[in-house]
Design a protein around this ligand. Structure first.
Ligand SMILES: C[S@@+](CC[C@H](N)C(=O)[O-])C[C@H]1O[C@@H](n2cnc3c(N)ncnc32)[C@H](O)[C@@H]1O
Length: 293
């Protein structure tokens, strides 16, 4: 990830912050799904093979910003997307379809996370994707908001949609910010996508960039729809909506999700210097909030 730093701070950011590139204007290279002309039968066939021909490692163009620093665990076809979120075509599709497939629950989740951070002076949306939580943080009145994500394709969508927010390429486990930079950090549907050792490193890093007493708020897919023992009981509790999310949890390719759901979150947070304030496993979203010791 680029760890260049702005010496002069024309944008008012703090000395030592990572470079806030204007991703809206960066020219990004085409990844293989972008080079396909779906009107041509051979290209259409290659595209269909991308969806149904088994998962392959994600291939990023050599000249993609930060390409040489993307860790291998990221380069998987999460959610069955050919080349994951590492193409213009599928970053855009992901940004447009994620909230729809979640029946709007993620929109409400981001508003709730942002409301929990209202009053912070500076906050970070870690794993920001196309910037929805960062935008909700601004709407909640947080004056300084940053979004961080490894995918330049998603950062570009985020920057084009939310021009008043700074977006930087980085990893949750190595953000590039100085210690105690933020009063609040929010993560929406990030941790279940990380291998356990990376989730540990990310939590340690988020503690480092938070001020003492700072707030960490997390939304993740709920374990309720992940581990269904009694489908009838689920139907009684949550109706067709609950069954839909349980079916989706079974179908979705998320290689690290079982590790995430296996965690004892209270002791995990405690062992990393956080105090658990709340843990609500609803359907389909689990909300976790904690304060940094
Ligand atoms: C399920 S998406 C959620 C995106 C966004 N938070 C939202 O609410 O729509 C997970 C995001 O985490 C990002 N991500 C994956 N591994 C990461 C890491 N190690 N550090 C930071 N972000 C990561 C992905 O690029 C993707 O944008």
């Amino acid at each position: 990830m680029p760890q260049e730093r702005n010496a002069a701070r024309p944008d008012g950011a703090v000395e030592g912050d990572p470079l806030a590139v204007d991703w809206s204007t960066v020219s990004l290279p085409d990844a293989w799904p972008d080079t396909l002309d779906l009107r041509r039968p051979s290209h259409a066939a290659a595209y269909v093979r991308g969806w149904f021909g088994g998962r392959r490692p994600v291939v990023v163009p050599a000249d993609l910003p930060g390409a040489d620093r993307l860790p291998p665990y990221l380069l998987r076809e999460f959610h069955h997307l050919p080349n994951g979120v590492y193409s213009k075509r599928h970053a855009d599709a992901y940004a447009r379809w994620f909230d729809r497939l979640m029946l709007g629950a993620t929109v409400g989740a981001r508003a709730r996370l942002a409301a929990a951070l209202a009053g912070c002076r500076a906050a970070l949306d870690v794993g920001c994707g196309s910037g929805g939580l960062a935008a909700a943080m601004r709407a909640a009145g947080i004056p300084e908001v940053w979004g961080l994500d490894p995918s330049p394709y998603l950062l570009q969508l985020a920057a084009r949609a939310h021009r008043e927010i700074r977006f930087t390429q980085g990893l949750a486990e190595r953000t590039g910010f100085r210690a105690a930079r933020f009063e609040g950090v929010g993560a929406c549907f990030l941790f279940h996508e990380l291998p356990p050792r990376v989730a540990d490193a990310a939590l340690a890093e988020l503690r480092r960039v938070l001020v003492p007493g700072g707030r960490l708020v997390i939304a993740e897919p709920s374990p309720v729809q992940f581990r269904v023992r009694d489908w009838r009981a689920l139907a009684r509790r949550a109706g067709r909506r609950g069954l839909y999310f349980a079916a989706m949890a079974k179908w979705m390719y998320e290689p690290f999700v079982a590790g995430w759901h296996g965690r004892d979150v209270a002791s995990w947070l405690g062992s990393h210097g956080f105090r658990l304030l709340g843990d609500e496993p609803g359907i389909p979203v689990r909300f976790i909030s904690a304060s940094r010791d």
